[in-house]
Design a protein around this ligand. Structure first.
Ligand code: PLP
Length: 481
C-alpha cells in the first residue's frame, strides 16, 4: 500500500492513506474491551472520549503532525496505542476517593474534611428516604430547614442564633449584604486577603453591594484608624482571619474585642470572618493562639462566620452565629434562599456537631483525630508499614522512615507545623515522578510529595484504616517498574 517504489518499505504513506488506518468507534471499543481497559465508567462517556480521541487523530494526520507511517498496520497500531492511553486518562477526570499522603490535614484540593462515621450514617439515613427537612414534627406542619442545627450551634458557641449556608464565602457575602448594602464597611488593609479559589475580599465587598473602606497600612492598623473612618454611611466593621498568610515583625492589629467595643459605642455591627471554625479549646488540638468561635462570640462580634469543612471537620457549609437580631435579618434576606444548604449537608453537620456536644470530637472527627495523633503512634505505624512495603517492593526501591513536618492547612494556622513521620520510598529503576504519576492512576489514587531522591508519604494524613489500600496502591504503582 505504500506509495512509490513498491520495493522500499521505508516509503511513507500520504495523509490520505493514513486516514484509512483510523478505526471506527465500534472497532476501537472492541479493541479496548480486548485490552481490558474499559473502566467502570458509563459506556456513553467511554464512547465520547473514543470519539474525541479519534477526531484528534484525524486532525493530526491531516496536519501531518507526527503521524508518519509506512503502512496501514503500523499507523493503526500507533493510533490504538494512543487511543488506549487517552481513554484511560479520561477516566481520571471522575470524582474518586484519594489517599492524602501530603501531610496537609485540611487540604482544599483534596476535599478538605473527611466525615466521621456517624456523619456518613446520618447522610445515608437522611438521603435514602424522605426527611423532615422542612416539616416541623412538633406541630405536624410545614417548618423551616434554617432551624435544624441551630440549638447545637448556639450551645457550642454561646451565640444567640445561628444560620447555615452553602460555604463560608456565602456566609460572608450574606452578612455583608444584610448589614451594609449601599454602605461602607471598615476593614484593615492588612486583612484584604485573597484565599484560594478566587475568594478575594475586595471583590466580595463589591458583589455584596457594600463599599470597602480600607484603613491602616499593610502591617499596622490602630484603633484610631478605625474610629477615624467611621461616618454616617458606615454599615459595618469587619475583621478577617489572615488565613493563608502571615505578617511578622512590625505589626499592629486591632483585636476583635477592641473592634466590638468601638462598634458597641457607635452602634455599628462587627462581622468577624474566622475562616476555620474551631469548636474545642485550642490547647487540646495544639493550636494555642488561634481563636475559637466561642471566643469570637464572647469578644463581642455581632456575627462570626466560619467554614463547616475546615477544622470543624464536617461537610462543606458556611456557618454564621451571632445576635438574634442580625442572624434573624440574615435569615430573612432573599439571598439566603440561593445560598441554602441541602439535606445531606445538614444531616452531616448535625452528626458532626453531636461529637462536640458529647465530647468525643477528638476521637471521632477525622481531621481532629489526624491532628492529635501522637507522633509515637505515627512512628510505630511508619515502622510497621516500612517493613511490609520493603518486603513487597523488594529490590525495586529502598524504603525508610523520616521525621517530617505536617501542616494543618485550609487557612487555619496554615503554616503551623505538626511533627510527623513519613515513609520515604526511593525507586531504584524508575524516577520518583514516574512513581508519583502512577499513584495518581491507582484506585484510590494516592497523592504524595515528590522529591529528587524519592517519594514521601506523610502518615499524619493517612488514617490507619487506609493503610491496606495504600499498600495495594504502592504495589500496583511499582509493578513492572
Ligand atoms: C476558607 C476561608 C474562607 C472561605 O471559606 P469557604 O468555606 O471555602 O467558602 C473565607 N474566609 C477565610 C478567612 C477563610 O479562611
Amino acid at each position: 500500500m505504500a506509495r512509490g517504489d513498491p520495493g522500499t518499505h521505508q516509503t511513507l504513506m500520504s495523509s490520505h492513506d493514513i486516514l484509512k488506518a483510523i478505526p471506527s468507534v465500534d472497532e476501537a471499543i472492541r479493541y479496548l474491551e480486548g485490552r481490558g481497559v474499559l473502566s467502570e465508567r458509563p459506556r456513553p462517556l467511554v464512547v465520547r472520549s473514543v470519539r474525541a480521541a479519534l477526531e484528534k487523530e484525524r486532525k493530526a494526520i491531516l496536519a501531518e503532525d507526527g503521524r508518519e507511517a509506512a503502512s496501514i498496520e503500523e499507523a493503526r497500531e500507533a493510533i490504538l496505542g494512543r487511543l488506549e492511553r487517552e481513554v484511560e486518562r479520561s477516566a481520571l477526570s471522575d470524582l474518586v476517593p484519594v489517599i492524602n499522603a501530603t501531610g496537609v490535614v485540611v487540604h482544599t484540593n483534596l476535599g478538605r474534611a473527611p466525615l466521621s462515621q456517624s456523619a456518613l450514617d446520618a447522610v445515608t439515613a437522611v438521603a435514602r428516604g424522605y426527611s423532615n427537612l422542612e416539616y416541623d414534627l412538633t406541630r405536624g406542619k410545614r417548618g423551616k430547614r434554617d432551624f435544624l442545627v441551630r440549638d447545637a450551634l448556639c450551645e457550642l458557641t454561646g451565640a444567640e442564633d445561628a444560620l447555615v449556608v452553602n460555604n463560608n464565602a456565602a456566609a460572608v457575602l450574606l452578612a455583608l449584604n444584610t448589614l451594609a448594602e449601599g454602605r461602607e464597611v471598615i476593614v484593615s488593609r492588612s486583612e484584604l486577603i485573597e484565599i484560594g479559589g478566587s475568594f478575594r475580599l475586595p471583590e466580595v465587598f463589591e458583589k455584596s453591594g457594600t463599599r470597602m473602606a480600607a484603613v491602616g497600612t499593610t502591617n499596622r492598623t490602630h484603633v484610631s484608624d478605625v474610629e477615624g473612618a467611621i461616618r454616617g454611611t458606615t454599615g459595618a466593621i469587619m475583621a478577617v482571619h489572615w488565613s493563608n498568610y502571615e505578617i511578622v515583625g512590625f505589626v499592629e492589629r486591632v483585636g476583635i474585642r477592641e473592634l466590638a467595643q468601638i462598634g458597641g459605642r457607635r452602634g455599628i455591627p462587627v462581622i468577624h470572618d474566622l475562616g476555620s471554625g474551631i469548636l474545642v479549646e485550642t490547647d487540646r488540638i495544639g493550636l494555642r493562639g488561634e481563636m475559637t468561635v466561642a471566643e469570637s462570640v464572647k469578644a463581642g462580634a455581632t456575627v462570626s462566620t466560619f467554614s463547616g469543612d475546615k477544622l470543624l471537620g464536617g461537610p462543606q457549609a458556611g456557618i454564621a452565629v451571632g445576635t438574634a437580631d442580625v442572624i434573624g435579618r440574615m435569615r430573612a434576606n432573599p439571598l439566603t434562599r440561593a445560598l441554602r444548604p441541602g439535606k445531606l449537608t445538614l444531616g452531616a453537620l448535625q452528626a458532626t456537631l453531636a461529637h462536640y456536644l458529647e465530647d468525643d470530637a477528638l476521637a471521632e472527627i477525622p481531621v481532629l483525630a489526624r491532628i492529635t495523633e501522637p507522633v509515637e503512634s505515627l512512628r510505630s505505624r511508619a515502622d510497621a508499614l516500612a517493613s511490609i512495603v520493603a518486603g513487597k517492593l523488594g529490590d525495586r526501591a529502598s524504603v525508610a522512615t523520616a521525621e517530617v513536618k505536617a501542616r494543618v492547612g485550609g487557612g487555619a494556622a496554615p503554616e503551623r507545623e505538626i511533627p510527623s513521620v513519613a515513609l520515604t520510598i526511593a525507586p531504584r529503576t524508575a524516577s520518583p515522578s514516574a512513581v508519583a504519576a502512577a499513584l495518581l492512576e491507582t484506585r484510590p489514587a494516592v497523592i504524595v510529595l515528590t522529591r529528587e531522591d524519592g517519594i514521601v508519604l506523610d502518615l499524619r494524613t493517612v488514617a490507619p484504616s487506609e493503610e491496606e489500600a495504600l499498600l495495594a496502591a504502592l504495589v500496583e504503582a511499582f509493578e513492572e517498574r
